[in-house]
Design a binder for this molecule. Sequence first.
Ligand code: NDP
Length: 288
Amino acid sequence: MSATILDGKVLSQEIRAEIAKQVAAMKASGGPTPCLAAVLVGDDPASQVYVRNKEKACEKAGMGSIMHRLPADTTTDQLLDLVAQLNADASIHGILIQLPLPKQIDETRVLDAVNPLKDVDAFHPENVGRIVQGRPRFLPCTPHGIQQLLLRNRIPIAGQNVTVVGRSEIVGKPMAIMFMQRGEGGHATVTVCHSRTKDLPAVTRQADILVVAIGKAKFLTADMVKPGAVVVDVGINRTDDGLVGDVDFEAVKEVAGQITPVPGGVGPLTITMLLHNTLAAARLQSGT
Ligand code: NDP
């Protein structure tokens, strides 16, 4: 039997409509217009598309968005100057530094310089520390989107064996921490896998919920999945066959109980959670 598709696009529309309502209410009651500043360094085509989509989503939700494009040969100091300006600008509530940055730029210094109250990606060490301690200010957008996808589809998480494949700072690591926390969307028994994991298929086959974020096209095959498991595919890989995930979707959907497609799964939810964080940042900064 074929798996049920977990549709991230439809859910995104629902959540974005909720956010747009809250933004309208904030503005109507004399509050600020939440505004996101996106910084794009260089001309990576995929990054340009991502930033444009984020801008469009902000505008549709009634938020402001300001784009800063810098040339590929920008230095760390030049980028730090811009971050300082954005930190000081009271009309900007969220700052997004589109990754990856060109290699001459010290990414850690730049991300650490973002005001933690405007850190809508939740990459600042203060915000990461708060997540680990179970008192988040912002949740990172991709893991938050995945958690919402599971919760809003009423997929049980508490007590389940959840396996996260990949341990990046952006997806795998925070995802694993969020699933193991106490509270809604947590209480799972979490296993984290990476490139040094021994006998990966034996581990992934234990999972009731399997989140795959490694960046390798169609890597997760049907024999690596427990029948009936929930499979969340984070991967975005550009191949000759177009955009594909990290999961061999066609084969895995015959084994899994529920599965996210690529595109139309996790991707739209990531942007949606960025809107959520920008609204939250505006609330925090304005005290509304
Ligand atoms: P990174 O490239 O930063 O990390 C990849 C992780 O996968 C590493 O932890 C690595 O292990 C692990 N890995 C690599 N090969 C294997 C293997 N053969 N077996 C087990 N683990 C392996 O990845 P990101 O998290 O940044 O991105 C992952 C994918 O998700 C990419 O395709 C990216 O484009 C996509 N993505 C999608 C988003 C969305 O909104 N849908 C948002 C962010 C990312 P090790 O640590 O040992 O090297």
